[in-house]
Design a protein around this ligand. Structure first.
Ligand code: SAM
Length: 247
């Protein structure tokens, strides 16, 4: 039986890839890439000549049988995405899930992911954090997410796109208050910047500097200070119920 290798690729700087990842990409029979044209640059740089096919959100399900068959024939296959670790806000979840259910061998070749890269320089608590992927594109959806998370005590991590970053920061300030915030932009790339400070200050900074609204972002927010415990919530519920009974 062959193996599906889930291989992390750089999130910006082309040198951020492990020796094992390069060797694996050279050795496998086939590479499934989110966008084969995008990954050509990486293949060219490292002289990887393995055949590539696409595997993206629109054809992932259709590819599963084909990949399972090849693995059963003893071929080995690598899965990569456009950047960072596959499956992390990237295609591959349905494939890996199905293959796992079929008992296929799946092995990770670790490397960068924007979440961990960003947290490693943020200076926010990392003993516990939660990752919420991309925020909804509409303000109402975003506000709902922030409101749901307002009592969470751990560091909150989000991905956000350049055209929404400013509106997102404003919603965040509105719903979560003036918390400590870190905005990691264009990590490992030429215009890498990491801004940290109070949400209100960062809203102003990003609003005034259009450059700070360009590129790729990881947004990190300190957790709620006064963590509301389950007990507090139960007490509050009880109080509300009791008050309703009062004449
Ligand atoms: N699989 C990737 C990973 O492991 O991080 C994430 C893919 S997701 C489609 C792309 C998002 O990740 C971007 O919109 C941005 O929020 C974040 N991201 C990726 N590369 C980044 C970088 N170099 N600097 C900051 N954020 C980045």
């Amino acid at each position: 039986l062959g193996t599906l290798f889930v291989v992390a690729t750089p999130i910006g700087n082309i040198e951020d890839i492990s020796a094992r990842a390069i060797r694996t990409l050279k050795d496998v029979d086939l590479i499934c890439a989110e966008d084969t044209r995008h990954s050509q640059r990486l293949m060219h740089h490292y002289q990887i000549e393995t055949p590539m096919i696409s595997l993206h959100e629109h054809n992932e399900v259709a590819r599963i049988e084909q990949i399972a068959e090849r693995l059963q024939q003893g071929q080995s296959i690598a899965l990569i995405s456009d950047a960072g670790t596959p499956l992390i806000s990237d295609p591959g979840f349905k494939l890996v899930r199905e293959l796992r259910q079929k008992g296929c061998r799946i092995s990770p070749i670790p490397g960068p992911s924007a979440i961990i890269t960003a947290l490693s320089v943020a200076g926010l608590a990392t003993d516990s954090f939660s990752f919420w992927g991309f925020l909804p594109s509409k303000s109402s959806g975003r506000k709902q997410v922030f409101s749901n998370l307002s009592q969470h005590g751990e560091t909150l991590v989000f991905y956000e796109s350049s055209h929404r970053i400013l509106d997102c920061l404003k919603d965040l300030l509105d719903l979560l208050g003036d918390r400590e915030l870190v905005i990691a932009r264009e990590l490992t790339k030429t215009f890498e910047t990491v801004l940290s400070g109070k949400a209100s200050d960062l809203v102003d900074k990003v609003e005034l500097d259009l450059d700070q609204q360009k590129g790729e972002f990881v947004l990190m927010v300190s957790g709620a200070e006064d963590k509301v415990t389950e007990m507090d919530l139960a007490t509050e519920k009880l109080m509300v119920a009791l008050l309703e009974e009062l004449p």
